[in-house]
Design a protein around this ligand. Structure first.
Ligand code: PMP
Length: 457
């Protein structure tokens, strides 16, 4: 296949408005234009191969062009591509719901489909609020979330946890959430010594004083993703579960980023043996193939929505593509492969941890964080004072641009370099990707030195 790269670039610049991107940068630095993928690599229209070190934004599980996943879609395509779930059912959506309930933390027994992670979070928010409304407690409609949390970009999801850098213009449209400090060992003064989970005291204070108006606590279990791969101390999530139960506040686990093996177990909640009241999943659910997401709920929540037609207790929420059969079919095939892959993940995680050791000695590295296949390397202008680079320095990008030169695609968040390889990456592939990342960092040192002096463009 031959593509006219220059023409595609011109058309892209002319017509495509890319997400999360200053479009002026596109004119200055050509985007990679992908035309195909194979295994853990993507190829651009010039024939150059790149490692997918960001799992195509944290969702790819088995790689690209996977025969089993392709086949699942092709076979479903011969039957029906889409049929609505409003008042009807379809075969893959039924089978996937049963399968999700089987693998989810115990107690989550109902599956509500949507088509992106933000939508799944938003459905959870509306379910939580409507649950209390229909349980005779309409005053319980606020949410508590964590500083640094991220739950998506649609307005409902933004209302759960606005990110100042992204969402400031919309503050007037939002009801601000109550925010608890995130239990971050790197920044927490209480964590300088052995962790005693002192941060839980503050959380409990907030819950105690706001329980009467709180519908739910939203948490990214174990790892804040967009916040910079910040890993919770052991035991925190379990304690959060207990506090939510004690203060009668629903716990919503946003497993959009952490779900489907990303942290090494099927769900992050599994590490601490907890069950949330609601759980949002997306991203890896289809192995990174098609836009599908879901909100899982307990029977207790579901039952608050049961009533006579005229009572208007139904969950009046849904989208055109809810329960899309192609997405559900590929999700089922993804789960077949993933269940076989899970036992192999611990060895690969250890390999990543081992390879990451030498990154700690690199200049400008403040902290290296890892949970499963989620890695964040925090860059700091002054490691002694742990002073992060300012946003404008684009420190993470200085490394990411060098990585691209070397054939590795990653996407940082501000001053945190994020590495998120597909779960099926072999040990040799992980070693190669991490060697390229190390070299990229070395190449970026002069750029980082300039940035540390306040010179950035
Ligand atoms: N929740 C979390 C924890 C996420 O990381 C993301 C996306 N990065 C979302 C929600 C939103 O998902 P989507 O981009 O599919 O809307």
């Amino acid at each position: 296949m031959h593509y006219d790269r220059d023409r595609l670039l011109a058309l892209d610049l002319e017509h495509v408005w890319h997400p999360y991107t200053q479009m002026r940068d596109y004119a200055r630095r050509d985007p990679v234009i992908i035309w195909r993928g194979e295994g853990r690599r993507l190829q651009d229209v010039d024939g150059r191969w790149y490692w997918d070190g960001v799992s195509s934004i944290w969702l790819n599980v088995h790689g690209h062009n996977v025969p089993e996943l392709n086949r699942a879609i092709e076979e479903q395509l011969q039957r029906v591509a889409h049929a609505t779930l409003l008042g009807q059912a379809n075969v893959p959506a039924i089978l996937l719901a049963e399968r999700l309930v089987r693998i989810a933390p115990p107690g989550l027994r109902k599956v509500f489909y949507s088509d992106n992670g933000s939508g799944a979070v938003e459905a959870a928010l509306k379910m939580a609020v409507q649950y209390w409304y229909q349980s005779g407690r309409p005053e319980k409609h606020r949410v508590l979330s964590f500083v640094g949390g991220y739950h998506g970009d649609t307005l409902g999801a933004v209302a759960v946890a606005p990110v100042p850098a992204f969402h400031e213009p919309f503050y007037p449209l939002l009801r601000d959430p109550i925010q608890a400090p995130y239990p971050d060992r790197y920044d927490c003064p209480g964590c300088r010594g052995p962790c005693r989970l002192e941060c839980l005291n503050r959380l409990e204070e907030l819950l105690r004083s706001h329980a009467h108006e709180l519908a739910a606590v939203f948490v990214e279990p174990l790892v804040q993703g967009v916040g910079g791969i910040r890993v919770m101390p052991d035991g925190y999530l379990r304690a959060l579960r207990e506090l939510c139960t004690r203060y009668e506040v629903l716990l919503v686990a946003d497993e959009v980023a952490t779900g489907f093996g990303r942290t090494g177990r099927m769900f992050a909640c599994d590490h601490e043996g907890i069950s949330p009241d609601l759980m949002a999943v997306g991203k890896g659910i289809t192995g990174g193939y098609l836009p599908l997401a879901a909100t899982l709920a307990t029977d207790r929540i579901y039952e608050a929505f049961l009533g006579e037609y005229a009572e208007r207790k139904a969950f009046f929420h849904g989208h055109s593509y809810t329960g899309n059969p192609l997405g559900c079919a590929v999700a089922l095939a993804n789960l077949d492969l993933l269940e076989a892959l899970l036992p192999q993940l611990p060895a690969r995680e250890r390999l990543i941890a081992h390879e990451l050791e030498r990154f700690r000695q690199l200049p400008f590295v403040g902290q290296v964080r890892q949970k499963g296949f989620m890695v964040g390397i925090e860059l700091v202008g002054d490691p002694q004072r742990r002073e992060p680079f300012p946003w404008e320095a684009r420190a993470g990008w200085l490394v990411a641009w060098r990585a691209r030169e070397l054939g590795l695609l990653i996407r940082p968040y501000a001053h945190v370099v994020i590495f998120m390889p597909p779960l099926a990456s072999t040990e040799a592939e992980l070693q190669e990707m991490l060697a390229l990342l190390y070299e990229a960092h070395q190449r970026a040192i002069p750029d980082l030195e300039r940035a540390a002096r306040g010179e950035w463009s």
